[in-house]
Design a protein. Sequence first.
Lengths: 582, 338
Amino acid sequence: MKRTKIVAGVATVLALGLTATACAGGGSATTAPSASGAGSSAPASAAGGTLSILSGTATEHWDPQRVYVGVNIEAGNRLFTRTLTTFGPVAKDGDPSTLVADAATDTGTVSADAKEWKFTIKDGIKWEDGQAVTCEDFKYGISRTFAVDVITGGPNYAIQYLDIPKNADGSSKYAGPYKKTGQDLFDKAVTCDGNTITFKMANPAGDFNQALTMTAFGAFRKDKDQGDKSNFAIFSDGPYKLDGEWTPNKGGTFVRNDQWDPKTDTIRKAYPDKITWDESLTQETLYERLIANQGDDQNAITFDQAPVTALSNVQGGADGRYTIVPSPYTRYLVPNFKSKVMSNDKAREALALATDRSAYVTAAGGDQVVKATNSLINPALSSFPNTPLLAGDKGDPAKAKEALQASGLTLPVKIKVTYRKNDTLDKVFAGLKSGWDAAGFDTELVGIPADQYYGTLQSPENATKYDAMWAGWGADFPSASTVIPQLLDSRSQISAGGPGQDYGYFSNKDFNAGIDKAYALSGADADKAWGALDTEASTKYFAVIPLINDQFVFVHGSNVEGANVNITFTGYYDLADISVKH
Amino acid sequence: MFYYILRRLASVVVMVFLITATTFALFFASPIDPARYTCGKNCTPTILEGNRKALGYDQPATVQYGKFIAGLVVGREFPDNEQLKKDHPEQIVKCPAPCLGYSPSQHRTINEMVSEAWPISLSIAIGAFILWMVIGVGGGIISALNKGKWQDRSIVGTALIGFSLPTFFVGLVLLTFPAIKWGAVPIPKYVPFTENPALWAANLILPWITLAFFFAASYVRLTRAYMIETLSEDYIRTANAKGVAKWAVIFKHGLRAVMTPIVTAAGLDLGGLLGGAIITESVFSLHGLGYLAVHSVTTMDLPTIVAMVMIVSTFIVVANMLVDIAYGFIDPRVKLAS
């Protein structure tokens, strides 16, 4: 997450920021080629024109195996990197989306033990130079994730899921296609038989077909691979291709890929003839421009969210052109099981009972942009358990005090709580401290600069330093398997190198066994299992204290149509069926 | 003169060496782990280690610094991985001398980044410099010649406002109203001078005004103060008494004496500005050297940080040297060699 704060002038004061990340969602649509090449049965007026994307955020990667933030998953998947499965566009903001086949003929066939997945790649999908996209291209693309010293920054789900042995330090015995160490292991885990690709899982993985929606599981052609030099070298198998080169911090222009056949693609309508991406802007400039809605900016969207401080400006200046949707994130508190106080069950319960989420909501901008929660899993996911708040949104200091007294600790109980320091969280934690102190805690707050925050939490040297820690997380694709195990599975997270994302060193055999069971399930059964684990974590073990879900505010130009936020897929405007009036 | 310049150039090299070494030392003393910036969201200790290795931060700082210096002299290849160079030469980026390094956040050589950014910073700096010198020195002269009159008070008052208003404020006001709301000028976007000089100027006029408004203020005050002092000197009275034309007294006798402090200030200001007008570039989204410097710090991009420190310090040190040389021409009494 990144935030910028700006002060401005006489008549205009805008303070803007942004956030970025990933997640994943569905419906599908039928398409037919339009006169301008758009794969759509939509009115002819929808096809054509130029969509302008204004951005204040520098793209880190376009290399499909390195893309990990929601904006780039959205653009990558919708414009130039087709994946075996994806999530379809939505008819309106906030609608749920379902998993659909993309480059594969269906959403996959899974074995009874959920340890083997098969997909057949559609005929007729071509790279921008006219060569067919093959099973080997997908296999090669996925292999690149294992080259962790070259292809950095991307998701590591391939390493986690595939049946390839690991070294003692947790690294894969396969070192990627450049070194080829352990190539035979990879070749056993991923096999191609004609157009059919088969994946062998290390453990049951009922949601593997959802993981494949990430571009990290997209195809990559071996003869186009230049390692780090490929970072911005887009080679398309989708409806658009890069016109010329991508310039970091400036952007580029996408034009139609004439090798893309809409008959092979039921997801992407590809309405605009051209998409310009200008990332040389600042957030304050782009929001001024979007609110002013002049000239070409009427055809513009942005993936940068207006922060709560700019909400009134947006509501006043962009009426009918803005939307507020749930962000993919959950902000939560992690009691530290390595601390003397928080290793006590009753003390953790007391902390949870005394947590005043209403103070968080008020300090962070009000209930229009922040919602209290007691679930780690985001409401956008079908597994969201909607765990009831233990003591309402204000907490119950009296009840908490009873629990704390029952803990056997001497009141007041000193605790050190840390959070990522910024103006908003300073206010938030001042409010939370009041609730905790009223329950018998003596809270010391420690704000850590954003640059150092997660590094501090993940350092083994700080394992016992804090009693509780603030954190934030969003699902990488709409499965709770990218939430619960990533935050609470001690086996995959805790090592000699630190706690991973299990910042509180929560380690429970029963809970871990529950994770294994949930992995093996799919569909509604998996949702139920993950949801139950989430509820257990926050109400039985008090391993986490979920706090809030924040909301994203987006603005678009007046000529833009179909600008719907797909909260299941990425949490951003869906480019699959967006169009401009012209 | 020749030996003087040679000596000064040698001191520039030593200074740049010391500054870059200090930057390296500070970077590695920082509690921030740069490898985390390229590690992605789901960052495990193993993945973090892979990133550290990919960035070359697994090597001792002294080794990294040695490679940086060697790159300046003989060039470098990235990544510094012998096996990869042998097996996959297509992945290797060649960076000829003087190689400033390879940016892990932008995935290209810093030389490429700097070659894109410096024309932007140069365009901003030169235009703003001309504007503020004309307005500042001209305003100062008019003010001095009309000391105590309404012209003086107006100019000094405006200068005070210009000096008081921060550049980000002036920049945002100019951007919001003339550019975005009224559409009177283009929203600044860099167009190379060689491509279209008119568009180049039209797109840079707001950044120029923003900077000139701030810098001209101090030059008005500086010129006014020195001019008033000079005009009261005996030799000026003598020149007036001898019937020398008024313009000649002002420009040939008065202004020449005032030039030394003005050139000193102008040289240092221009040198600093050539290294990037950080706030102005940020407000107008112009990606010059200032933006590059800010971006490199926010992404903990060591090679770019070091290169930017080196470039900016070189500009300032060289500007200082040029100012000293200029003294010799402005004031014949100054002997540089001594």
